[in-house]
Write a protein that binds this ligand. Structure first.
Ligand code: P1T
Length: 388
């Protein structure tokens, strides 16, 4: 139950959205106008220019904020734009403590965009709380983490890190893309900001690139609204509409993603061509206890290592007929990818090795197809990858 008294499945469908006051349209209208009439110079009701604000975007921001239990929602043209906006709220000479296993594009923003501007970052395993405390510097201004992380599905104790960040007087940002608010609500656990790539589960249909930041901190929200308007990485009204539409089924989609992922994990763990399976629902997973505490369910993403290294991984991915070999995740269709070559190629080879992103690692985004068909497809992959 949330502050509004409604449960998450209800908020997915209704939050931020009222029937259109002009025609009574039940679905949020797509307001494509770039600009809005003013009664007198500087006098207008809510909107003046669509970079600063747009009614379709307002509806999406309201829905996402409600789902994460936030006061404010600020949306962007991609998850990377959302990440960049948060980092632009810092200044040259500041330092960020960041989880070591993050999306390759997030690492690239830190390393290739923000570092040259003078923002320092330390990447570290955040499961060692003492090490996190020790890594804080006088100029540390932000802690950033992904849990479950991309692609190793590492789990970080959000409440414990939030406590450390709070004592240091700095915000904790959680990228909640893999879990979604249906499975985990970082603000309830003490985080100050939640970041999403809405491209993924929130939209759910692989036809939008988008991002969002959710917070209940008025001062941070003000900074982010300013950056949204000033830097201008805003989402198009049509994309906002599509994400709103996708969100309506988020509740049922996540239930099925989790149920199918659990079944495929059972299939993978007993497979002789699988060296290791990474899934927070496994009792053998290092973060299982924390995941059981802070998540409602372990999610729809699985990573595993196929026996036979790169040739086996390539043969596996080339032979799949239902899983599409593609970057991204969280759509109704199942995807499979090779993190070392694809999503995490921007990480230095040495970092990939340390994290375990090896040549045999394959990441699955389990979609909503019949799960037995998906298991058969994996078998097709394993037959092609079998040692000859
Ligand atoms: O692609 P974009 O909407 O800009 O989102 C970036 C992003 C941010 N955070 C996480 C956890 C992500 O996984 C991503 C994008 N990830 C992929 C494209 C991928 O295949 O992992």
């Amino acid at each position: 139950m949330t502050d509004t008294g409604h449960r998450l499945e209800t908020l997915c469908i209704h939050a931020g959205q009222e029937p259109d006051p002009i025609h009574g349209a039940v679905m949020t209208p797509i307001v494509l106008a770039s600009t809005f009439a003013q009664k007198s110079p500087g006098i207008y009701d809510a909107y003046d220019y669509s970079r600063a604000g747009n009614p379709t975007r307002t509806a999406l921001e309201g829905c996402l904020a409600a789902l994460e239990g936030a006061k404010h929602g600020i949306t962007f043209g991609s998850g990377c734009a959302a990440t960049t906006a948060v980092l632009l709220s810092l200044k040259s000479g500041d330092h960020v403590l960041c989880g070591d296993d993050v999306y390759g594009g997030t690492f690239r923003i830190f390393d290739k965009v923000m570092k040259p501007w003078g923002l320092e970052a330390t990447f570290m395993d955040m499961s060692d709380l003492q090490a996190v405390k020790a890594a804080l510097r006088p100029n540390t201004r932000l802690v950033w983490l992904e849990t479950p992380s991309n692609p190793m599905l590492k789990i970080t104790d959000i409440a414990a890190i939030a406590e450390i960040a709070k004592k240091a007087g700095i915000p904790l940002v959680v990228d909640n893309t893999f879990a979604t608010p249906m499975l985990q609500r970082p603000l309830d656990l003490g985080a100050s900001l939640v970041v999403h790539s809405t491209t993924k589960y929130l939209n759910g249909h692989s036809d939008v690139i988008g991002g969002a930041v959710l917070t209940s901190d008025d001062a941070l929200a003000e900074k982010l609204h300013f950056l949204q308007k000033s830097v201008g990485g805003v989402p198009a009204p049509f994309d906002c509409y599509l994400v709103l539409r996708g969100l309506k089924t988020l509740g049922v989609r996540m239930k099925q993603h989790v149920a199918s992922a659990r079944k495929l994990v059972d299939h993978l763990v007993q497979h002789k061509q699988v060296a290791r399976v990474f899934y927070p629902g496994l009792t053998t997973h290092k973060g299982h206890d924390v995941a059981s505490r802070q998540m409602k369910a372990p999610g729809g993403m699985i990573s595993f290592e196929v026996v036979g290294g790169l040739p086996a991984a390539k043969a596996f991915l080339e032979s799949l007929k239902i899983f599409v070999c593609a970057e991204s995740l969280g759509g109704v269709e199942s995807l499979a990818e090779h993190p070392a070559i694809m999503t995490h190629a921007s990480l230095p080879a040495e970092t990939r090795r340390t994290l375990g992103i090896g040549d045999g690692l394959i990441r699955l985004s389990v979609g909503l197809e019949d799960v037995d068909d998906l298991a058969d497809d994996l078998e097709r992959g394993f037959s092609a990858a079998a040692p000859r």
